[in-house]
Each structure stands twice: as structure tokens, then as C-alpha cells.
Design a protein around this ligand. Sequence first.
Ligand code: SAH
Length: 366
Amino acid sequence: MVPDTVSFVAADSPAHAGRTASGPTSVAGLSRPRLAALLPGLPDWRADQLFRWIHARHATSFAVMTDLPDALRTDLAARFTLEPPRAVHRRQAADGTTRWVLALEDGIEVEAVYITEPGRTTLCLSSQAGCRLACTFCATATLGLVRSLEGREMAGQALALMRAHGLPPGSPFNVVFMGMGEPMDNLDAVLEAFDVLTDADGLALSWRRVTLSTAGHVPGILALGRRAPRPRLAVSLNATTDALRDRLMPINRRWPLAALRGALAEFPVRSGERVTLEYVLLAGENDADEDAARLAAFTRGLPVRINLIPWNEVDGLPHHRPADAGVERFRDRLLARRVNVSIRFSRGRDVAAACGQLALEGMRPA
Ligand code: SAH
């Protein structure tokens, strides 16, 4: 399969020259309170107007904001831009999944993925550039942590992809924080982005459409559970013994399976809500019948459903993808134990846009 590859560099604009010491250059993706802080002395409803123009109307200039006073528009235009993260590279897979490399104001690059399926569009966003968790099967881990993103940079990824794919304001789509990074290592900023995504005057998505995926950060799970409104929760489980999980996901040494299970048992799900447990299948490591039995036991009594993800190959990482028949057998073992389970065959595999394949070649350590 030859992917339709398009690469381009957007016109250089002073907007991307860098961030000033005094704050952001772009107000794209910025929350109401942060906008209000940029407008000292003005009533909050001025910030609300600006918020609506940016997020609910996709204004591309301050000049169009005709309900703001002239002097304010001129002042804003002198200080800020409305540019979301800049697209520097795009690759489209045969199945329509499109992987974007987006540059932030300081030049740091992150990836975001546009996933299209019949009747459903999903944006996969990054919460950090790189990641510090060092999971052995994940491409992003090879970068280490470059930096955490600001909330506006996450909501800005959604704005950038909406524009690039012609999604008008108000379009419904799903958002998953399953790109680069560990959202719980940057929870406040992720929740700030969640507020912009779900604000009726923002991107107006239902909380049901937004999912945060964690490698198993227990205090983060507990903190999320106390918050309302909040996104859905997904947890990457990937192993059913501490010995194996310690090796695959070093975060398990800090919060082992019993602690993780305890947090899930306490997690206050809403009516009909299920926490998703992601289970990446690694041939010969976590895909035996005994693993399925332990996985079923782990889920017993928890409000969860399981997503099986056959591992996507990442060059240089010491794992193997199981054959599809093995994946189905593993699923059938779970079904036989009445576990709610489905297989997620990742989209966009031919352009390395699938889970865990989001690492930027140019940023890899030498
Ligand atoms: N740090 C968060 C979110 C990013 S990873 C987390 O761990 O959940 C998103 C999902 O991709 C996780 O379920 C992870 O287990 C999975 N994943 C990582 N690398 C993968 C790979 N090479 N193939 C398939 N899934 C992978």
C-alpha cells in the first residue's frame, strides 16, 4: 500500500517567531479565565465574547470581531495572533487516517491524528511533547520528555485539525488524549483543554466525546474522579502480573496492579459509563490463555470494558505483534468469561500513525 503522502510547510508568519516572556503569542485554544487575565480592567463578558469568536466561530482575524470596540481589536491584534499550532507535515494513510506534525510557538513539534470512520471522526491529541514514562513498547517513550503542553496548545491542536479537515464550528467529533505524552503528568492543563472542548461557546463537545488515557497514574485517576464535569477515563493495563507490568511499564513500580485496581473500584462512573481498559497484545509476552484468565479476574466487579490492541511494530523495540488469529483467540477466551471486550485494529498503520507509533524521526535521540 502506498500512502498518499503530502508534506508542506505553511507560510512563515511572525506569529510563530516565538513566545514572548509576557505570555502567549496566540490566543487560539485559550480558556475563558486565561483570556480574562489578558484583558485586565475589562468585564468578564468581554473575554466571553473573545472566547466565542475564537472557538465557536473560528475567527481568523480580530478585525471580524465587530461586537468588540475598535480600540480593543487594534490592541489585541498588536499583541496576539489567532493561529493554532502550525501544520508542518501531514501524511494520509490509505484508510483516510491523517497524521499531522504540528509546531508549537517555541518550535517544539507534536503529533495529532485525524481518524475517520463511517459516521465518526476522532481527533487523537498529544498532551506532552515526548513522555517520561519509558514504556518499553511505545515509540514516544524513545524521545523522553521534551515538555508538557499548555491547555491552549491541546485545544489548539483540535482547532488546527478542524481547519485542516474543513470541520465547521459546531461539528461533533471525538477527542482522545492518546497521542504523545501521559495526560496525568499534565492533568491541570488537560482539564483546561477539556473545558474549552466542552464549553457550549467553545468547541461544544459533550463530555461523552472526550477520553483521557493514562498509563495508570493512581493519584491522577482519583483526582479525575472527584472532578465534574470530566472526560471519560481509559487505562492502559497491558499486563496482569506485577512482574511483567513492572518490566513493560515502569510506572507500575510506583502504583502496582492492586493500587490501580483499587482506584478503578472507587472510580465514580456515571450512568451507563464504562472505563476502557486498553490491553496491547505483545506476542509471547502477555497473550497466553493464563493472561486472559487473569485479565478476566482483574475486571471482575469493575465497571470496565476491554479494548485489545495488537501491538503496532516500532522499529528497534523488542516486541512482536501477534497474528490476528491469536488476537481473536485471546478475545474469545475473555468472551467465554463474559468479559466486555473488543479488538481495536489500529487505523493508519501504513503511515505510523497508530497507537504508540507517534515519535518524530527528527526528534529521536541520535
Ligand atoms: N500515556 C497514555 C496515553 C498515550 S498511549 C497511556 O499510556 O494510556 C495511548 C495508548 O497506546 C495506550 O493504551 C498504549 O498502551 C498504547 N500503545 C503504546 N504503544 C503502542 C504500540 N506500539 N502499539 C499499540 N498500542 C500502543
